[in-house]
Design a protein around this ligand. Structure first.
Ligand SMILES: [Fe+2]
Ligand SMILES: [Fe+2]
Length: 324
């Protein structure tokens, strides 16, 4: 792959929906692993996995192939790799449909899917953006079905919500093994007035946009930790996991991690239902992250890149000193 060194990576609109779907794919990986770890009957996990694949991932694969892969040369090695991985994942899904009570198949599926999404987010999508023209990419936006993932709303057997879950701290641990990467779109909203299709609740927008004083300090709530809701804690665990498990070496790799963080923050903002002082504190924690991530995306030298990444990582990792 040829990437232009030092070029900040922004996800093109045409790929935003696909990145969003990757997030749900990675949540599936997390749910499978949670289920296995908590001793859930593999058959229950298998049923959900098969349903999710049919509803969400199979169409996702087809759209990637139709909208993007077909527009690149047939012998493009990255597209060939992606096609091969689609096939391997489909084969393992066939195995699962014949034997949906098999933990090993589920584990293999989870690994393959995670690796595939990581490859697409970190390598292939940047490659597509480099190769395809703006016009070609723009055309696909119109063709795409604007799907939303509602599999979880309809699915009654939420095996991943194990009764071991007993509060923010344990949710963090439950999510610790999750490697999630999402890059939904742009640096979303918090430091600009831009709105996107993945808009977040107005309260976030207002709070973030008007909190111009990024030096505003994060402090405890009268000596106690602020209370975050459980979905926020899960989404923060995802962000922590990205910075803790990534070992970028080149500036492009640092920038790619920054995009993952942006996507994960977008998700956090979309999901968050917090209000009041706890919510304000959350934003005080978030603002420097958004700011340094923005600087990271514009960093040119390795020193600058590392410095901004380090600041962002340190800010992310203080979360548990202030929130529960
Ligand atoms: Fe794919
Ligand atoms: Fe994909």
């Amino acid at each position: 792959m040829k990437t232009k060194e030092f070029k900040p990576i922004k996800r093109h609109n045409a790929l935003v929906q696909f990145s969003r779907e990757h997030h749900f794919g990675l949540l599936l990986v997390w749910k499978i692993r949670e289920g296995i770890k908590n001793g859930i009957d593999p058959e229950r996990i298998g049923r959900y996995t098969l349903c999710f694949f049919d509803r969400e991932l199979r169409p996702h694969f087809l759209e990637e192939e139709n909208f993007f892969f077909g527009k690149l040369p047939e012998d493009d090695p990255l597209v060939l790799q992606a096609l091969k991985e689609h096939k391997s994942i489909s084969i393992i899904i066939d195995e699962l449909s014949r034997d949906n009570n098999n933990m090993q198949i589920l584990m293999n599926f989870a690994s393959l899917l995670e690796d595939h999404i990581r490859f697409e987010e970190r390598v292939l999508f940047n490659h597509l953006q480099n190769i395809l023209s703006n016009d070609e990419l723009r055309k696909t936006v119109k063709q795409q079905n604007q799907k939303t993932c509602n599999a979880d709303d309809e699915w009654k057997d939420k095996f991943w919500e194990n009764n071991k879950r007993s509060g923010g701290g344990s949710v963090q641990k439950l999510a610790a093994g999750l490697t999630l990467m999402i890059s939904f779109c742009f640096f979303m909203g918090c430091s600009t007035n831009e709105k996107t299709e993945n808009n977040k609740p107005e309260e976030h927008e207002t709070s973030m946009v008007h909190s111009e004083d990024s030096s505003v300090s994060l402090s405890l709530n009268d000596g106690r930790k602020w209370k975050a809701d459980s979905i926020t804690n899960i989404n923060v665990a995802v962000i922590e996991n990205i910075v803790s498990t990534s070992h970028p070496e080149t500036t492009d790799e640092f920038h790619a991690i920054g995009i993952e963080i942006q996507g994960a923050v977008n998700k956090l903002l979309q999901d968050c239902k917090m209000h009041g002082p706890d919510h304000e504190a959350l934003h005080h924690w978030l603002e420097p992250i958004l700011e340094t991530n923005n600087k990271l995306s514009e960093s040119r030298t390795m020193d600058e890149t590392k410095e901004n990444f380090g600041k962002m990582r340190d800010r992310i990792l203080i979360y548990h000193q202030y929130f529960e």
